[in-house]
Design a binder for this molecule. Structure first.
Ligand code: TYM
Length: 402
């Protein structure tokens, strides 16, 4: 997705789908409008309170700060949890490049928090088939290899090895007839006209692309994992992802009742902006648009100093007089994602807005935060051996309560 992003200069309307994220405003996508357009629900303060009551702990700062801002049927999942009935988490990654960027981390960080908080099983789909079908790649082995590389970055996020199954589509479709049968059930119940309307496919899409949505839909149903759930075909599913993936799951929720399957619940995040500003999405094919998990400490510093769009005044004098614009300032926006300390974020925001904190000083704060996060991530990734990857990627019964 991120690598196939079409760059549309100054579109009149926001465009958000699995391939394109472009905004008509430098403040980024209008998420309120998107909620109306997609028909999802905003995560309300009451829902956050309920989450805290049910789990007995404060929500993750991504939820508190509205970074995860929208959902579908999260209440149903909380109700199950309150009634001591199981649910599972499902998320994924399209392995199109060796290096994942900071934006890709967002759903995985949230999913790790959810797994730890609710103590539930998790399945992670690596769509090596999707990336082969969409990208200019001649050999499926290329994306298959990238899936294994990306698995290391995902494992480094700290998922429970006894409760997590990571799979490549090439492996799992070949290895699990129940998964492939569910894919075929979905394919049979979704027409070409429907996918044309949802995804904008047309006569020039290859036929693999046209049927791929069924493959991303199938892990939403526990019957796709007979070994993992010990044959329980009615375990409900919660999917954390950025909102660009929602079209896949609107289709999934539409088709589920026809198959007598449970509709998956969803938790949607906003987009982590590109260094150049919130109008576009980060792209793995443009190294100046993003911070990668493989960047060195020096590269992080250089990229922030050189490319992070500033919402500050054009000169220091103007900045001191008029102050900075927090909505468009990329360094401040990045700190909202990654600086956990609420009081410090609040102080930096106020000072920057008032013009008493200069852009260079705000960038310095961000550089320190990101160098620590990426340095820690790289240290964790180094510990992930091939043996550990194999354990996560072996289909097996996962531990779950109830
Ligand atoms: P992919 O590899 O493009 O992205 C992986 C996950 O990261 C999210 N994401 C972002 N989140 C915040 N800010 C950004 N700038 C940003 N860029 C990407 C994506 O929404 C996604 O959650 N087709 C999928 C793989 C997939 C999947 C899934 C994703 C298969 N099954 C189930 C989510 C849930 C893809 O190519 O993701």
């Amino acid at each position: 997705m991120a690598d196939n992003t079409d760059v549309i200069v100054n579109p009149k309307e926001d465009i958000v789908d699995p391939w394109t994220v472009q905004s008509s405003s430098e403040k980024g996508v209008d998420y309120d409008k998107l909620i109306d357009q997609f028909g999802s629900m905003r995560i309300s303060d009451d829902l956050i309170k309920r989450l805290e009551k049910v789990t007995g702990k404060p929500v993750h700062h991504f939820i508190r700060r509205g970074i995860f801002f929208s959902h579908r049927e999260l209440e149903m999942i909380l109700e199950k949890y309150e009634n001591k009935q199981p649910f599972y988490l499902y998320t994924g990654r399209g392995p199109s490049s060796e290096a994942m960027h900071l934006g890709h981390l967002i759903p995985f960080i949230c999913t790790q928090w959810l797994q730890e908080t609710f103590d539930v099983p998790l399945v992670i789909q690596l769509t090596d088939d999707e990336k082969f079908l969409w990208k200019d790649i001649k050999d499926p082995d290329q994306t298959y290899k990238l899936a294994y590389e990306n698995a290391k970055d995902i494992i480094a996020c700290g998922f429970d090895i006894n409760k997590t199954f990571i799979f490549s589509d090439f492996d799992y479709i070949g290895g699990c007839p129940d998964f492939y049968k569910n894919i075929c059930r979905i394919e049979k119940n979704v027409t070409f006209n429907q996918v044309k309307a949802i995804f904008g496919f047309n006569g020039s899409n290859n036929i693999g692309q046209v049927s791929f949505p069924a493959i991303q839909a199938a892990p939403s149903f526990s019957s796709s994992f007979p070994l993992i759930f010990g044959g329980n075909t009615r375990v409900p599913c919660l999917i954390p992802c950025a909102i660009d993936q929602d079209p896949y799951f609107r289709m999934t929720r539409d088709v589920a009742p026809k198959l007598k399957f449970l509709k998956p619940a969803l938790l949607h995040s906003v987009f982590f902006p590109a260094l150049q500003g919130a109008q576009g999405k980060m792209s793995s094919s443009d190294p100046t648009s993003s911070i990668f998990l493989t960047d060195t400490q020096q590269e992080i510093e250089d990229k922030i100093n050189k490319y992070a769009y500033s919402g500050g005044g054009a000169t220091l004098e103007k900045h001191r007089k008029k102050g900075g614009d927090l909505d468009t300032d990329v360094s401040y926006q990045y700190l909202r994602f990654f600086l956990e300390d609420d009081a410090k974020l609040d102080r930096l925001g106020k000072e920057y807005k008032a013009g008493t904190l200069a852009t260079g000083d705000l960038k310095k704060e961000l550089i320190a935060v990101l160098q620590k996060i990426i340095g820690d991530h790289q240290a964790e990734r180094k510990k992930v051996t091939d043996e550990i990857v194999k354990q996560y990627m072996t289909p097996r019964r996962l531990n779950y309560k109830y």
